[in-house]
Ligand binder design. Sequence first.
Ligand SMILES: [Zn+2]
Length: 479
Amino acid sequence: MKKYETVIGLEVHVELATKTKIFCGCSTAFGARPNAHTCPVCTGMPGALPVLNRQVVEYAAAVGLATGCAIGSYSMFDRKNYFYPDNPQNYQISQLYQPLCRNGSVEIETQQGLKVIGIHEIHMEEDAGKLIHDESKEVSYVDYNRAGVPLIEIVSEPDMRSAQEVIAYLEKLRMIIRYLGASDCKLQEGSMRADVNLSVREVGTAAYGTRTEMKNLNSFKAITRAIDHERNRQIELLESGRKVVQETRRWDDGKGDSYAMRSKEDAQDYRYFPEPDLVPIAVSAQWLDAIRAGQPELRDERKQRYKKQYGLSDYDADIITGSKRVADIFEAASDICQQPKKVSNWLMGETMRLLKESGQDPDTLTLDPEKLAKIVRLADSGALTNTAAKEVFAQVFQNDTDPEQYMEEKGLKTVSDEGTLKRVIEQVIKDNPQSVEDYRSGKQKAIGFLVGQTMKATQGKANPGLVNRILKELIGIVH
Ligand SMILES: [Zn+2]
């Protein structure tokens, strides 16, 4: 068999986090009663006129700047004409001739090192409604709540060569966009959607093979499986002397198979023409400067800063900055208690464990940094043992409880009063003469047993450092 190379380009749609739709004042909130968020504009009533939401341009330009794109000072909308019941206007307002952002790139990490993936363009458009098919009644319903929700479409160059590179690219985009606050980029809920354009060619050939486009990919796992499947399907066709047909294919993740939806349309099939109801968008130098000045620190910069400023390892910095929310909490708590390594341990250990247990996304974490800093201090001073600190932490995580109050109420505070501990330890020594003898005759392990007995006698609340010291002192003195 010949050697083949896979060539992949992506079209990524991202729903922007604006409060209202792109061309009207309707809410973009997810999960409302069908058609609750609609008006004459987003249901395509004759004579209703669109008005562009300024925030959409600002989010789109912010993503463009963060991905190294040139932001056009002059940009405009076009009509993409097609007939489908989820599209009440019978055209979609999009950008074909003058997209807002062009010629960007992002760097991804691959097994062979850093790789640059080109971004051909980023344009703005409106989302379509949703069809709900009720097969038992043989009817279809339409919900226009999503019609007019703002989208950006990020079109990559065909620079990716494997599913791993595709996932790395999507992760990178998701991280950038989440840090910008321009979208939550949830594949499962459809706020980030990827269409995969894939072709194969013999290694060494310059021309691209015929490509297919795959839609309906709503998880990284589905994307990986669909890519591997499509690559093999195309190679099999070529090896058996047949041809790859340019078409759109739908991936069925349940069946692990794809099927042809329609032969691929070209732009001309949509009869694009300039949108006559909207004026062109002029992005002035001042406006662009203001957007640039408002750009937050992105993940890569933050990761470097955490290593330098807080002394985090590469591994820790990577996990902490994997969610902007977690990174924000880390930074706030570290600045309060001045113990960044300990804060990061709590976030990477207990926090991640509890998030996983409750099926929560790290980006929805609502941990109060002040309370986290308090726990770090209490554990550090010996006021809380490790076990007690974990119990307090779980309370703070779940109920936003005050750590000190909870500690007092539950009597979790360690016994650090020397007089009290001394009396307890004297009794332990009296009750366990054999272990004391063993320790004196050089069996270091015996001290562990005596510490254990002391902890037991205090219901685990004795300050372990203090117990060790007093034990050794008393055994030294008592002959
Ligand atoms: Zn509306």
